[in-house]
Design a protein around this ligand. Sequence first.
Ligand code: HEC
Ligand code: HEC
Ligand code: HEC
Ligand code: HEC
Length: 177
Amino acid sequence: MKLFSCSLVVIMLITVFDAFSQNGNSYVGVETCAMCHKTEKQGSQLSIWQNSKHAKAYETLKTEQANQIAKDKGFTTLAVETPECLKCHATGYNVDQSLLGKKFKVEDGVQCETCHGAGSAYKDMKIMKDKELAIKNGLVVHEKLENFCISCHNVESPTYVDMNIEEAWEKIKHPKP
Ligand code: HEC
Ligand code: HEC
Ligand code: HEC
Ligand code: HEC
């Protein structure tokens, strides 16, 4: 029974992380998304994200505190070089270089495409304007916030603090006006 529930959890985690997979599309980087998601009229997505901790998630792994946490967990690598840390703090660190656009920066941490999927095939205006088509081309939207956020905000985080998803969403939401 224990073994059974264990594999169930593994399967669930794999399903969750599948949401981040990229179907062969490449990551274009925040700067590219920002071309059309920056002005107040569009919804200031860029500055809202820049002012969120998600934008600093990679930098956080470069701190003393992070290295100490990694060491305490038994890792022998620096936190910023440890895949078990990067998986919730960054995007694109584990894919072939050919899948990273020129403007993509791993330093941008938890970025647009971490949550919305690799953008090379949906970023063009003609496709973006048509939600269905954008989704077909790799855009990820989230109907159920809580299921999505807890794919990283969970007890596997060494510094886990219980988070009220609705309140947390208020801090990072970036709607079209
Ligand atoms: C060439 C301009 C352009 C670029 C580049 C662009 N977008 Fe968009 N995006 C749009 C437009 C236009 C819409 C539709 C907005 C509307 O309905 O008013 C949109 C809609 C969206 C939506 C909302 C989908 C929905 O309706 O729920 C998301 C999410 C999104 N874009 C994310 C991104 C991300 C992430 C990137 C970078 C990988 C990106 N966009 C790049 C123009 C762009
Ligand atoms: C890919 C993993 C990932 C996903 C998915 C994710 N987050 Fe985060 N989130 C992080 C990390 C990592 C941090 C910590 C960044 C830091 O402090 O450097 C964080 C921090 C935050 C913070 C700041 C917490 C604080 O202490 O002030 C808020 C708020 C937040 N996330 C909300 C959300 C919400 C809401 C969702 C779902 C829509 C979400 N996150 C989805 C990884 C993620
Ligand atoms: C932590 C995850 C996360 C990050 C990072 C993130 N988004 Fe979103 N975004 C969401 C969620 C969740 C929604 C609401 C449900 C949906 O449409 O997916 C959303 C909605 C949107 C929408 C639709 C707004 C509306 O009112 O229809 C746009 C446009 C968008 N995001 C663009 C961006 C851009 C551009 C970036 C980077 C600058 C970005 N997002 C970063 C999770 C994120
Ligand atoms: C399952 C996802 C996940 C993993 C794996 C993960 N983190 Fe995090 N990390 C988060 C989230 C979410 C936050 C912000 C909220 C929290 O602390 O739970 C965070 C916050 C942090 C913070 C900031 C804490 C603070 O007090 O501001 C540090 C430092 C950190 N993580 C280091 C690490 C290190 C080092 C590793 C690898 C040993 C790691 N994380 C692995 C999700 C994760």
